[in-house]
Design a protein around this ligand. Structure first.
Ligand code: GAL
Length: 469
């Protein structure tokens, strides 16, 4: 019996290992993207850096938010992050080891300008030089996001994105970064997912700065859209050779029962989640015909603003995780629709309750391909699963399957002629997942938060095998 058990265990072990090995279908899938395709892994300052008050860094809205009771599900905070501040070199080398061409990270505004504007913190400035130099030494291309949600707290105290004066402060921050790092960075992203940080931060109140106000939401929306275009213009003016982009979240929106009320709810949700921030930058204005609550945005528009909203980005980063199912609900302000929780319908979800719906990637790419944009990147896509670290390994076969499925839909979109030129995994390492704390693990690399030890998961080995062999 003992022998049989041992054989069985041995077989199971081999099946596990074999599963993480790419097969010929995986090879074909990766080949379908061609050799000019950029493969990368992403992270963001607040989620990984730690060193929240070290070396002259000022506080950001997230430093403040996470220190208030009841805001973070696990009562954790990003004070230590994954200690990227000290371990950036190891992480950059890991990204390279996995075969990535590009490493996407963000700059913490309050590390450079501790008070949001004015006084500069030289140690913060030097830190990003070290990160960029490490990328260069490792032979990996840095892709820099200028704003991934960590607004300097001093600026939030003056109204944050709901105060029009922020446009100037943001422009000065962008200008500084372009002048300081311009020779080292070719790819820039002005902002990360405005729909998320404005919607969750100023309307739903579940992300920093935790506001629940339609007025603040609308004002913040307009100032973010103006800042986005202004940031793009500043980068392009100072760095005409650079590739200037920005990233948007996007989700396929559907109703489960197609009545006319539900179909209208789908349109409203689509305007809110997919169209609100990209269309002004394309010169199309706000989608207020389909989401009437946006008509109130006019109150905050000054003469000349309509033209200022437009900027022609060199590339658009799209970030897709899940599908959104809705039904009409008049009681919900602004959007008049409720999201239906996928688990209630028995649909597959990840550890955060996001529906795993690979077909949604293709349909949202088809939707965005109707815009006059000729250069897309998937700047984030990934999944959190209940990873277990055993014997220095993480057998995350669900994550491998997730990438197989989502990537085959990206490949299909590319075959249909949609100009997608790269794909970034969210995320390189496990990290602090905003109001969810450290529990959801998205990394290709596992982080033990008590020792900060990094361990490449099977999904990481899978990418490495496909990208380097
Ligand atoms: C995105 C966000 C990332 C990461 C990811 C996973 O919306 O840009 O920072 O948290 O979601 O949920």
């Amino acid at each position: 019996v003992k022998n049989r058990l041992l054989t069985l265990l041995f077989l199971l072990f081999w099946i596990e290992c074999f599963y993480a090995q790419p097969d010929s279908t995986d090879l074909k899938l990766f080949e379908s993207f061609g050799t000019d395709f950029t493969w990368g892994a992403a992270c963001a300052a607040y989620q990984v850096e730690g060193a929240w008050d070290l070396d002259g860094k000022g506080l950001s809205v997230w430093d403040d938010f996470t220190h208030h009771r009841g805001k973070i599900k696990t009562k954790e905070n990003g004070d230590q992050g994954t200690d990227f501040y000290h371990r950036y070199n190891e992480d950059i080398l890991l990204a390279k080891q996995l075969g990535m061409d590009a490493f996407r990270f963000s700059i913490s505004w309050s590390r450079i300008f501790p008070e949001g504007a004015g006084k500069i913190n030289p140690e913060g400035v030097a830190f990003y030089h070290r990160v960029l130099d490490a990328c260069k030494t490792a032979g990996i291309e840095p892709w820099v996001t200028l704003y991934h949600w960590d607004l300097p707290l001093t600026l939030e105290k003056e109204g944050g994105w709901a105060n029009r004066e922020i446009i100037q402060a943001f422009e000065a921050f962008v200008r500084f970064c372009a002048e300081e790092y311009g020779t080292k960075v070719k790819h820039w992203m002005v902002m990360n997912e405005p729909a998320a940080f404005v919607g969750l931060g100023y309307l739903a109140g579940i992300h920093a700065p935790g506001k629940i106000s339609i007025r603040k939401f609308l004002k913040a929306t307009h100032h973010v859209c103006l800042s986005l275009a202004e940031g793009g213009r500043t980068l392009k003016e100072l760095l005409p050779q650079a590739m200037v982009g920005t990233t948007f979240s996007c989700s396929t929106i559907q109703s489960i029962r197609g009545s006319s009320r539900n179909n209208k709810a789908v349109k409203r949700m689509d305007a809110l989640l997919n169209r609100l921030y990209i269309e002004p930058s394309l010169g199309m204005g706000y989608p207020s015909d389909d989401l009437p609550a946006l008509k109130r945005l006019k109150r905050y528009m000054l003469p000349g603003d309509s033209a200022k909203l437009a900027f022609s980005f060199d590339f658009i980063g799209l970030q897709n995780y899940f599908r959104v199912l809705v039904r009409a609900n008049r009681l919900i302000p602004v959007v008049g629709a409720t999201r239906i929780r996928p688990e209630k319908l028995g649909l597959p979800v990840n550890e955060m309750g996001f529906e795993v719906y690979p077909e949604g990637m293709l349909s949202i790419l088809r939707q965005f391909s109707k815009y006059p944009i000729d250069n897309f990147y998937i700047t984030e896509n990934g999944v959190c699963v209940n990873d277990q670290l055993t014997d220095n390994a993480v057998h995350d076969k669900e994550r491998i399957q997730f990438f197989r499925d989502y990537l085959s839909h990206v490949s299909q979109a590319k075959k249909e002629g949609i100009p997608i030129n790269g794909y970034f995994v969210w995320s390189l390492t496990d990290n602090f997942e905003w109001n969810e704390g450290f529990r959801p693990r998205f990394g290709l690399v596992h982080v033990d938060y008590s020792t900060m030890k990094r361990t490449i998961k099977d999904s990481g080995w899978w990418f490495k095998a496909l990208l380097t062999d």
